[in-house]
Design a protein around this ligand. Structure first.
Ligand code: 1GP
Length: 253
């Protein structure tokens, strides 16, 4: 099993470095906007591209990833909304199990159906406990999965869910308030979850400002994901990246 990207994530965590992932939804970009994002991301030392969306309607996922790969060395990690969003051109795949929900299809059902296809892709597979947190607006994932998000003020539910995910063998935990969330995840919840797990913690959904990204990292997030805000204002990449990379945690371990 390939592990290069995961090792990179782990090494960054061990050395106290925070990472920035720019989320690209193939439905919302064209060749020229991809080029602009890549140029800005390279200049800002962005660590990863996440590519995917809850509903990828267009069919240019492969082309989108090929274009990114041809223009830079930033690793491309698939963040799929459904099993059809797999592209062999990416570097790795967040193999998501919706552990905050109780829909068996998104916990294991779709994985069973797509397993041979996913394995054949040759991608690095990163088992990820995916937790949707209430962000004040119904998310596509909650609607489609018919699964309610974890209430924003129930840190202990988030903490226990993440701990269970880690003990079940997940390699990453992704806490998501949903794309375009009205309220991003609170630092209280991030801190609570981060304190109780050793695996890297990804946080995203509704982050629109460098300060919020900075505070999320201080609270214990290892990777910050931003999509919507950058779609609206690509130049934000520079400031958000600088804010995230300015957080250096002295790690005794
Ligand atoms: C959504 O976490 C991602 O799944 C990013 O959210 O688009 O709100 O930045 P935004």
């Amino acid at each position: 099993m390939k592990q290069a990207i995961y090792q990179q994530i782990i090494t960054r965590k061990r050395t106290g470095k925070k990472s920035f992932a720019v989320l690209i939804d193939p439905d919302k970009v064209d060749a020229s906007s991809i080029q602009e994002l890549v140029t800005l991301a390279v200049a800002a030392n962005v660590d990863f591209f996440f590519v995917g969306g809850s509903l990828v309607i267009s069919s240019h996922l492969d082309e989108c990833i090929q274009q990114i790969k041809a223009s830079c060395h930033i690793p491309v990690i698939l963040f799929p909304g459904s099993p059809s969003q797999v592209s062999k051109y990416a570097d790795a795949l967040l193999y998501l199990s919706l552990i905050s929900g109780r829909n068996p299809e998104l916990l294991i059902g779709q994985h069973v159906i797509s397993a041979p296809f996913v394995k054949k892709s040759g991608l690095e597979i990163m088992p990820t406990g995916y937790m949707v947190i209430d962000g004040g607006a119904p998310t596509t994932v909650s609607y489609i999965s018919n699964a309610s998000p974890i209430p924003a003020d129930k840190s202990e539910i988030a903490m226990c869910t993440a701990m269970a995910g880690e003990m079940l063998g997940m390699k990453l935990i992704y806490m998501d308030a949903g794309s375009g969330a009205k309220r991003a995840i609170t630092e209280t919840m991030i801190e609570n979850v981060a304190k109780h797990i050793d695996i890297p913690l990804i946080v995203g959904g509704g982050i629109t400002e460098p300060e919020k990204a900075y505070l999320n990292c201080k609270a214990g997030a290892d990777i910050i994901v931003v999509g919507n805000a950058i779609e609206k204002e690509p130049s934000l990449i520079k400031d958000i990246s600088a804010a995230i990379h300015s957080v250096a945690i002295v790690n005794a371990g």
